[in-house]
Design a protein around this ligand. Structure first.
Ligand code: NAP
Length: 249
């Protein structure tokens, strides 16, 4: 059995870890190649785009793939639709491994919006010192906000355009509650912007914002392809895989 895991997330790495020692399956993990020094999953890894849905279908055929698990980030919208089209074209079973979104709790001051542009519109009414954690892509949406100061955290340095008054903090999760508390205090942050990425690794910023009564602009997830079964954890994805491949090892 040959499984293609579309990766770039903690869950995709965990899935590869769960399967790498299994004899009934060969796993290839695929990364887009966006991060300069990615944390690599165990097992075989390929890097770079496929060339759209047709290119992925061709790859699935050429490499005799028996199943695909789309474990990409919930905000990586294009690749998920490509995977749905490619898997359908080649008649290969597809599962989406997607961590559940975050749910607000008592004391949270969340403002939901549908896009980075929507977040940028909300910001001037919410604060002046912004902790921006939406990643290094899409910063152009905030570039015109000259009256605001930004602390932008990402794995790799961003490319322009981005806001004029912006400090870059290069770091990658998991983050701790103590660390996030200290960061908010040190930089006198009064508003946080995040995607609804879900997962534990980057959730402590939400708890720290709640404690400090700091408003949070939460960008909702983009649409995902319909009709693709979804698992919430790598373990559930393995159970699905055993089901579709008939493996009982
Ligand atoms: P995207 O907009 O959905 O994808 C754009 C293009 O990048 C795709 O059409 C595909 O190129 C290529 N691609 C994306 N993921 C790939 C993968 N796992 N393997 C091979 N090619 C891939 O994706 P994105 O938002 O740029 O994200 C890129 C990667 O970063 C994803 O793997 C994702 O899991 C990870 N990531 C994204 C975010 C985020 O907020 N978007 C956050 C954390 C991690 P072709 O059409 O040429 O095949």
């Amino acid at each position: 059995m040959h499984l293609l895991v579309l990766g770039g997330t903690t869950e995709a790495r965990r899935l590869a870890e769960l399967l790498v020692a299994e004899e009934w399956i060969r796993v290839t993990s695929s990364l887009a190649g966006r991060v300069a020094r990615p944390r690599l999953p165990p097992g075989e890894v390929r890097v770079g785009g496929f060339g759209g849905a047709d290119g992925m279908a061709e790859w699935l055929r050429a490499h005799r793939v028996d199943a695909v698990i789309d474990a990409t980030h919930p905000f990586a919208g294009t690749i998920s639709f490509n995977a749905a089209a490619a898997a359908a074209a080649v008649h290969v079973p597809l599962l989406a491994l997607r961590r559940p979104g975050w749910v607000p709790s008592d004391g949270d001051l969340w403002h939901a919006t549908g896009s980075l542009a929507g977040a940028a519109e909300l910001l001037p009414g919410l604060g002046r010192r912004v902790f921006l954690t939406t990643g290094r892509m899409g910063l152009a949406a905030f570039a015109h906000l000259d009256a605001l100061w930004f602390l932008m955290r990402s794995v790799d340095a961003p490319d322009a355009p981005y806001p004029a008054r912006m400090e870059v903090l290069l770091d990658r999760g998991p983050f701790t509650l103590d660390g996030e508390r200290a960061l908010l205090r040190r930089h006198r942050i009064d508003v946080l912007v995040t995607k609804d990425s879900g997962g534990a690794a980057t959730a402590p910023k939400l708890a720290a914002a709640r404690e400090a009564a700091i408003p949070v602009v939460v960008v909702r997830r983009p649409p995902a392809p319909e009709g693709v079964p979804v698992a919430g954890t790598p373990e559930d994805a393995v159970a699905w895989l055993r089901g579709v491949t008939g493996a009982n090892a």
